[in-house]
Design a binder for this molecule. Structure first.
Ligand code: NAP
Length: 262
């Protein structure tokens, strides 16, 4: 599994992690993924999957757990309470990456980031950053976080959803912010049928001995700032997704795919 640096922290994370929204796979898929290097597991207080994730990774030392505080819990005391509840459900002592799930314009980001700094100082959180933040919101959060390190922005990004290329992706790449691409398989739509797009990915994949999903994920991770967190209930999907790492599309094929899905 190829790794990338998380923001400017020096921490190495896998370029293919595992998402858990609507995860119902039990312990095996997540554990198989971790054993193959997909040790970044993403959850959120609102997914209802922190408990199953905690159970799946219990006893494993080499995991990197990312969770999120909901947008309606961004007042100072709510952030602290939410983090403590997540720690309990996940059965861990430190959240590796704690993300503000969505911005909430009615709560000053300074108040949220103050609580985040306290959680870091108390050793309950290692790294802090955000999800679904626009460039102006990222800038505001950066200012509010003061001495904190810039880490990551978790945003929707797939061949069927490329809006971030207009501003968020170039901004993050320039500022050293990792883009954690969610719904990287467009919730399965990208690879579920025998439509023209999937066939096109399959044709390119034949050259590398790779499947349409692996090509679609590799197209994302070819971009230095990007890591992906596909969700898979099925073990065979986990294995396939891990196989999206460790090789690279040629620049010609990368460009051809970019043009096809524009
Ligand atoms: P996704 O990962 O793009 O797609 C998941 C779907 O694709 C599932 O139906 C899964 O099937 C299928 N799949 C997975 N691997 C496959 C493969 N190799 N071949 C064919 N189908 C495959 O969608 P997502 O769950 O929306 O996004 C991933 C993660 O991003 C979430 O789980 C969550 O952690 C995060 N997320 C974050 C936000 C946010 O606001 N920050 C929003 C949405 C998602 P099976 O489950 O049957 O294996």
């Amino acid at each position: 599994m190829k790794t990338k640096t998380l923001g400017r922290t020096g921490e190495r994370i896998p370029e293919v992690g595992q998402g858990t929204w609507d995860y119902r796979g039990g312990g095996e898929p997540l554990r198989v993924g971790v054993s193959m290097g997909a040790r970044l597991i993403d959850t959120a207080e609102m997914y209802g999957t922190e408990e199953p994730v905690g159970k799946a990774v219990e006893g494993l030392t080499d995991v990197f757990i990312a969770t999120k505080v909901s947008a309606h819990h961004l007042h100072h005391d709510d952030v602290i309470r939410a983090a403590e509840a997540s720690l309990r459900r996940l059965k861990i002592k430190t959240i590796d990456l704690y993300q503000v799930h969505w911005p909430n314009p009615s709560i000053p980001i300074q108040e949220t980031m103050q609580a985040m700094e306290e959680l870091v100082k108390a050793g309950k959180v290692q790294y802090v950053w955000v999800s679904n933040f626009s460039v102006p919101e990222l800038k505001e959060a950066q200012e509010a976080f003061g001495s904190g390190e810039i880490v990551s922005n978790q945003v929707e990004y797939s061949l069927l959803s490329r809006e971030i290329e207009a501003d968020i992706l170039p901004y993050c790449a320039k500022e050293g912010v990792t883009v954690i691409a969610y719904s990287p398989l467009a919730r399965g739509r990208l690879v579920s049928g025998r439509d023209e797009g999937t066939m096109f990915l399959g044709k390119i994949g034949e050259k590398y001995g790779k499947t349409p999903s692996q090509v679609a994920l590799n197209w994302l991770t070819c971009q230095e700032a990007v890591v992906v967190i596909p969700k898979a209930n099925r073990v065979e999907h986990v294995r396939e997704n891990v196989g999206a790492s460790g090789w690279q599309l040629s620049s010609n094929d990368f460009d051809a795919i970019s043009r096809k899905f524009v």
